[in-house]
Write a protein that binds this ligand. Structure first.
Ligand code: FNR
Length: 369
């Protein structure tokens, strides 16, 4: 269908499913084991209900914000998803160009299929970029990568902490990885490819399972970028992250691709915010709490913000948009989010994001299912 017939983010998923080769669809859409967590990521948003306020003069509403000190035109960022060229020949550059044009922040994946420098070169001057990091068993490789990113102006480092081993995405594993598959090529410097277990496992064997809290001071010593732990799921670990001195956390289950039957980030948000409130100022200007998983509508974004998230991450939503329509698809997805945010803020009675408060949602059904 022509792009102007795409009315919401779900439409991109349907198009992607019909145009993508089987292997790409399997890699992008799959989640681990019985795929219960990926379903729950969507379902959790549907257990939260709005409590809209009326008669507030919502002629003009303003959803501008900053994420980790960087200006963003929306309270969301593009989360890292590996292997963009499986979906489109321009891969991650579709995201970079659309993000630059519309003031959105992109998180570059370690396992991008375009090189890191190609992505940074595609950014417009001053365009903020974040970096997602898989930590290599060879720390020298990681150190060089991180320091190179910082020199190239990347603003924040999201260390993925929920993937000491890749989850079993069985749909993907049934597809045999072929080494010369153009889309599945990743940046140089990563080694140990296993070719018989699907795309994900083939490219991920360099990841260091020994990563621990003891490594955090080392990361702090090699970079001045903000450090965010991506994949926190409990109040205990949220507090440990705060005490470890990092600048934030992402409540995430990796889009349902790691430990199946773990809770959604959204559901964890309530308990984690409550725990963090007992340990210092809230909101804490030096500690951001992000949520990702299942975000497809601006109403999802606003629910997470109401419950205390600083911003949310979107993975498959943008991935399916460029798989279907390249850069223009991503631009359309951004425009859809913008239109939905404006309308939903009006209907909610919030004139700016600081008016999106906990009282605007009823989360009493969130834990009952
Ligand atoms: C991911 N995600 C991910 N996360 C990460 O830290 N490093 C990575 O390389 C990848 N790769 C990746 C590939 C694909 C195909 C998907 C779908 C996801 C997880 C991603 O950053 C994010 O946490 C989820 O995608 C959020 O859920 P939604 O928005 O996809 O529902």
């Amino acid at each position: 269908p022509p792009l102007d017939e795409i009315l919401n983010l779900h439409d991109f998923e349907a198009v992607a499913r019909s145009v993508l080769p089987d292997k790409a669809w399997a890699y992008y859409s799959s989640a681990s084991d019985d795929e219960i967590t990926i379903r729950e990521n969507r379902a959790a948003f549907q257990r939260i209900w709005f409590r809209p306020r009326i008669l507030r003069d919502v002629t003009s509403v303003d959803w501008s914000c900053t994420i980790l000190g960087q200006k963003s035109s929306l309270p969301l960022y593009i989360s890292a998803t590996a292997l963009g060229k499986l979906g489109h020949p321009d891969g991650e550059l579709n995201l970079t160009r659309a993000a630059g044009k519309h003031g959105v922040i992109q998180m570059i994946p370690t396992l991008a299929s375009c090189s890191f420098d190609q992505i940074v070169d595609a950014a417009v001057p001053g365009q903020p970029l974040f970096l997602q990091l898989y930590v290599n068993r060879n720390r020298e490789i990681t150190k060089n990568y991180v320091q190179h990113a910082e020199r190239r102006g990347v603003k924040a480092l999201f260390i993925t902490v929920d993937a000491p081993q890749l989850g079993r995405r069985e749909k993907d594993m049934r597809m045999k990885f072929v080494g010369d598959d153009a889309g599945a090529k990743v940046q140089e410097g990563q080694s140990g490819v296993k070719k018989d277990q699907g795309v994900a496992r083939a490219i991920s064997s360099f990841i260091d399972p020994s990563l621990s809290w003891k490594d955090i001071p080392w990361f702090r010593s090699i970079t001045n970028m903000s450090i965010i732990l991506k994949g926190v799921a409990t109040p205990e670990d949220a507090i440990m992250a705060l005490e470890a001195g990092v600048q934030g956390i992402v409540l995430s289950n990796h889009g349902g691709r790691q430990l199946d039957t773990s809770r959604s980030g959204l559901e964890n948000l309530v308990d984690i915010v409550a725990a963090l409130k007992t340990r210092g100022p809230w909101p804490n200007p030096n500690f951001s709490v992000f949520v990702d998983g299942g975000v497809r509508r601006a109403s999802d974004v606003l629910k997470a913000l109401a419950l205390g998230a600083s911003a949310v991450g979107v993975g498959r939503g943008f991935l399916y948009a460029f798989s279907s329509y390249g850069q223009e698809g991503v631009e359309r997805a951004i425009q859809i989010f913008r239109d939905e945010i404006e309308m939903n803020m009006r209907l909610l009675g919030a004139r700016n994001l600081s008016e999106v408060v906990p009282e605007m949602v009823d989360a009493s059904a969130l834990h009952s299912h």
